[in-house]
Design a protein around this ligand. Structure first.
Ligand code: COA
Ligand code: AMP
Length: 277
């Protein structure tokens, strides 16, 4: 049986030239109308009236669609920003990120990594060993696109996340983005916290550690944040990686395990012995 043709539907909303929200889906033709309505509702749900909503629909006719498994998700209830960041650092180091690269990423995300001093429109690429920046455009960064859950995996991950008290759609979306990123050629790991002043949670993720979520990666009220993708320089080919992240369609058709932990050392030793790749 041939797989149904999928459409990539992307939404971005802005006001006065400022981006306020974005989301995307990969769906079969019979879901396109409903998905457009959902995305328009989503654009209007931010409490800011969007001056502009752009919806783009691209057929994926002829595209090769990769199926991947989501990263396992682990929630670690660190008590404050210092504890969350310390734990995130330990996860990233276990994944192969050097101390210098980790410190550079944290400093840049706090300061605003764009040359203009603010947040970027996409992610930084940092050499996982030296912390050197590798993205071609430092205002724009690299924006990951063309990924979604399959319908079955989406329902399953919502159930699993609800079991551990994570019911916000942001967690599901961030997990899907991180899962695509972790499977990228030459990607070692990712560090993220939101630039939304009302959302302080963030994560560290990699194929070997899975996605580890921390509640307080920054103080509430701050508009700083972003994403750093740590790269293995020896395997890095900019065009291959950037085209994978931006353009190659990926469906997350299998979920990983979701759970909570209280002992990070035990978790990291377990992951080191049982490589969940
Ligand atoms: N922040 C700021 N500006 C953004 C932006 C963002 N996150 N996303 C888009 N824009 C603006 C930029 O001005 C961009 O121009 P640039 O390419 O020079 O930076 C312009 O919109 C066009 O962006 P583009 O990505 O080409 O638009 P699109 O309509 O094809 O796709 C998104 C827009 C938002 C759907 C897509 O970029 C994206 O981020 N997809 C992933 C969404 C998602 O699931 N996120 C979950 C994260 S938790
Ligand atoms: P958000 O998770 O939407 O709060 O976004 C936090 C930060 O991640 C933004 O400020 C951007 O720097 C970056 N970002 C947003 N969308 C993407 C994307 N699709 N790919 C890579 N980075 C992104």
């Amino acid at each position: 049986m041939t797989a149904p043709l999928l459409y990539n539907i992307r939404m971005r909303a802005s006001t006065g030239g400022r981006h306020i929200s974005g989301a995307e889906r990969l769906v079969p033709v019979e879901m396109t109308d409903g998905t457009v309505r959902e995305l328009i509702e989503r654009a209007r749900s931010k409490g800011i009236d969007p001056g502009q909503i752009v919806i783009t629909i691209d057929s994926l006719q002829g595209a090769i669609i990769q199926n991947i498994q989501a990263l396992d998700l682990t929630a670690y209830p660190a008590r404050d920003v210092a504890a969350s960041r310390n734990a995130a650092g330990r996860v990233l180091q276990a994944a192969g990120v050097s101390t210098v690269a980790l410190e550079k990423a944290t400093m840049l995300l706090d300061a605003g990594p764009a040359p203009s001093g603010g947040t970027m429109r996409g992610a930084m690429l940092l050499d996982a060993a030296t912390g050197e920046r590798l993205e071609p455009d430092r205002e724009r960064g690299v924006r990951v696109s063309r990924f979604d859950w399959s319908s079955e995996a989406c329902a399953a991950i919502d159930r699993e996340l609800a079991h551990i008290g994570l019911t916000h759609f942001r967690t599901r979306e961030a997990l899907s983005l991180a899962s695509k990123v972790a499977h990228g050629p030459s990607v070692v790991a990712e560090l993220c916290w939101s630039d939304d002043p009302d959302y302080s949670a963030g994560y560290a993720s990699s194929l070997s550690t899975g996605y580890v979520r921390f509640p307080f990666m920054k103080q509430n009220g701050l508009t700083t944040g972003g994403r750093a993708f740590f790269i293995d320089r020896e395997r890095f080919d900019p065009d291959t990686l950037i085209s994978y992240l931006r353009e190659e369609p990926v469906i997350i058709s299998r979920i990983g395990r979701c759970g909570r932990i209280n002992d990070l050392s035990q978790f990291l030793s377990y992951r080191a012995v049982n490589r969940h790749v």
